[in-house]
Design a protein around this ligand. Structure first.
Ligand code: AVJ
Length: 314
């Protein structure tokens, strides 16, 4: 709570104003994100699900695991686990010996995942961990077991490149020489495909973005009028970064009671709430060049929209 308050205070004092996207995921935000993943415009989930369901055996082969050795399958930002379950099932069928350690910022999502896994894969050893990615990094080192780290769904796309660099660098410092990282990323493509994914006709993404203000209202006693803000996504293929903004429709002053602060918004003033970076080999190679990892292989969907990159230690 204190951290939330600090982050909001800092973001709204920035010029231009920002709010951290990690705060999208409260109970209502989780539900809206579930809806986003099933929208026709949001191609990312289907594309990666296709890879996990159609290329499962190839994926397992690439991971080059030893059936005789117990390993840990750690998933950062596991969410509902729908894609991962495809992999988990096949690993079990093939007789691999492993534990599944899903990590997520949302305790709510983790509880749902645990319950689901208990039903569909009752023999699987599952150990959930709540926290943000950076918080759980150090804990990864605790065991000397071989590890496969999954970071799927283009979740890394919420980080600016410098942050992604330091994250993968840190990850490299916290794993053993044979450990692997499977990184699922959305690929750079024309705006005709990308923009609708962040600007759906039903307004689900808009509600997802606005929920951030609703959460500040509820948890910090603010008086944001959600009707006076618009959702505005931006993307150019040259830059390869989808950006989401909330735009104040009018000049207005918002009070955040628990902080004892007021924030003024000009008509047309934007709050930057999210980046969703898109990648290709060159962009990814630039991000990992100073880390212990190198690209080994990539699996893509038939449309070539999405890629799961296998990274191994240099
Ligand atoms: C969960 C971070 C991958 O950036 O595409 C979806 C979140 N935001 N629609 C993304 C999101 C708006 C999503 N990630």
């Amino acid at each position: 709570m204190e951290q939330f308050k600090k982050d909001i205070q800092l973001g709204l004092s920035n010029v231009p104003k920002t709010l951290p996207s990690k705060y999208f995921y409260n109970k209502k935000g989780d539900k809206l994100f579930q809806e986003i993943m099933s929208m026709p415009e949001y191609y990312l989930t289907n594309a990666e699900f296709e890879i996990f369901s159609q290329k499962t055996k190839e994926l397992i082969h690439l991971l080059n695991l030893d059936k005789e050795r117990h390993f840990e399958l750690i998933e950062l930002g596991a969410g509902d686990g729908v894609k991962t379950i495809e992999l988990l099932k096949e690993l079990i069928t093939q007789g691999f010996n492993f534990s599944y350690l899903p990590v997520d910022i949302s305790a709510n999502a983790l509880a749902g995942l645990k319950e689901k896994l208990h039903i569909v894969l009752p023999t699987l050893d599952v150990r959930t961990k709540q926290g943000d990615y950076f918080e759980v990094l150090a804990g990864i080192k605790e065991t000397k077991k071989p590890k496969v780290i999954l970071f799927l769904g283009s979740n890394i796309g919420n980080m600016l490149d410098d942050k992604a660099k330091s994250f993968i660098y840190q990850l490299g410092k916290n794993v053993l020489p044979d450990d692997k990282l499977l990184l699922g990323v959305d690929l750079v493509k024309p705006k005709e495909v990308v923009l609708p994914a962040y600007n759906d006709k039903q307004g689900i993404t808009k509600a997802f973005n606005l929920n951030l203000l609703d959460r500040i209202n509820e948890e910090l006693g603010a008086d944001f009028n959600l009707d006076e803000f618009d959702h505005q996504p931006e993307y150019t293929e040259e830059e390869g970064i989808a950006k989401s903004f909330l735009v104040s429709k009018i000049h207005q002053v918002v009070t955040i009671k628990s902080m004892g602060k007021v924030f003024a918004f000009k008509a047309g003033e934007k709050i930057h709430t999210e980046i969703s970076r898109k990648y290709n080999d060159a962009i990814l190679n630039n991000i990992i060049k100073e880390t212990d990892f190198k690209l080994k292989e990539k699996l893509t969907d038939t449309k070539g929209y999405f890629a799961d990159y296998l990274l191994v230690r240099k």
